[in-house]
Write a protein that binds this ligand. Structure first.
Ligand SMILES: Cc1cc2nc3c(=O)[nH]c(=O)nc-3n(C[C@H](O)[C@H](O)[C@H](O)COP(=O)(O)OP(=O)(O)OC[C@H]3O[C@@H](n4cnc5c(N)ncnc54)[C@H](O)[C@@H]3O)c2cc1C
Length: 301
């Protein structure tokens, strides 16, 4: 049999990039189809992102929210998993370019999700975001290190800054983080420290827009604000972060600018498309929106 004949007879090859909710669901839907499926992800596990905030605040462990991709699709005999990072796509040649190998495809599904958006500011070290297990563990480290440092600090101003947490962005991530942090400080840790009173911890939720959870109905935003305030969160709307420096977050509301000394600053303010979108755009001329997402047709092509 010639190579061409062999190629002709091999099943249609669907390559899916990304084992998040979108890519994994696509793979599952194709589990019984007469195609060969290759699922590519730079991680070999599916991450249940909605519970990352609980890892960040210490109520869950990373293993509770991560499932090995190979295990998830083990029953699907037509599905292969490759751990690798996609760096480019060549649609002319129908080739997917990974950091260390290339893959031929017949149909390509891109489901690489989003990453943090700092809107051009260099704040990623000062205010980590929450998208990966590593992000959640870094947040957890910073949060608990702050309580520990506060316990040893004798200077009252410094102690106050150590017990001040600023969360930038009041979408679902920021709201969940603020609520979980408030519960941690005001309830769970209450009896555990001797020198500090963890209930004095201040949690600021900073939102540039008019209301928190702007993607929800106004009545739900209002309800969430009331609940957060009951938990002890200071909700600041129409307030924009203008700088983050040396444990101080500078905010502007109308004409007023103020500095909030906060040792722990967490970012939940925006997302941008993964780098793969840019590669697609470069190769195909596909239009991107301001967050770098590829405009798609109704059928997602
Ligand atoms: C903290 C948090 C809380 C959330 N809470 C909720 C909620 O309560 N309800 C809700 O509906 N949604 C929630 N979401 C949003 C939801 O998690 C996302 O909408 C969803 O995960 C998006 O799925 P996805 O498959 O598009 O991308 P992702 O889940 O991000 O998956 C993308 C996958 O692509 C892989 N990948 C990326 N780039 C590459 C590359 N170059 N090469 C190979 N692999 C790559 C990644 O490793 C990842 O596995 C939350 C998100 C976060 C971060």
């Amino acid at each position: 049999m010639s190579l061409n004949q062999e190629k002709h007879q091999s099943p249609h090859h669907v390559v899916i990039v990304g084992g998040g909710f979108a890519g994994l669901e696509a793979a599952k839907q194709l589990g019984k189809a007469p195609v060969k499926v290759t699922l590519v992800d730079k991680r070999n596990f599916h991450l249940f992102q909605p519970l990352l905030y609980q890892v960040a605040t210490g109520s869950l462990s990373p293993g509770d929210i991560a499932s090995p991709l190979r295990g998830v699709v083990a029953e699907q005999k037509n599905t292969h998993v490759i751990m690798g990072e996609v760096v480019d796509v060549d649609p002319e040649q129908k080739k997917l370019i990974l950091r260390d190998q290339e893959l031929d495809y017949d149909t390509l599904v891109i489901a690489t999700g989003v990453s943090h958006n700092y809107f051009g500011n260099d704040w990623s070290e000062k205010a980590p975001g929450l998208k990966t297990v590593e992000d959640a563990l870094e947040m957890r480290r910073r949060i608990f290190a702050s309580f520990e440092a506060a316990e040893k600090e004798s200077d009252s101003e410094k102690r106050k800054a150590l017990l001040t947490f600023a969360i930038v962005g009041a979408g679902p991530t920021g709201v969940e983080l603020a609520g979980a942090l408030a519960e941690l400080a005001h309830t769970k840790l209450k009896e555990e420290y001797r020198s500090i009173n963890t209930t004095e911890a201040q949690i600021h939720l900073i939102q540039s827009g008019e209301r928190i959870l702007p993607s929800f109905k106004p009545a739900l935003s209002e309800k969430a604000r009331i609940e957060l305030e009951k938990l002890g969160v200071t909700v600041m709307t129409k307030t924009r972060v203008t700088n983050i420096e040396n444990d101080v977050v500078t905010v502007r509301s109308g004409e007023t600018t103020k500095d909030i000394p906060a040792h722990t600053i967490l970012w939940g303010a925006g997302v941008k498309a993964s780098a793969v979108s840019e590669a697609i755009s470069n190769r195909t001329g596909a239009e991107l929106d301001r967050a770098g997402r590829v405009f798609v047709n109704e059928d997602l092509t």
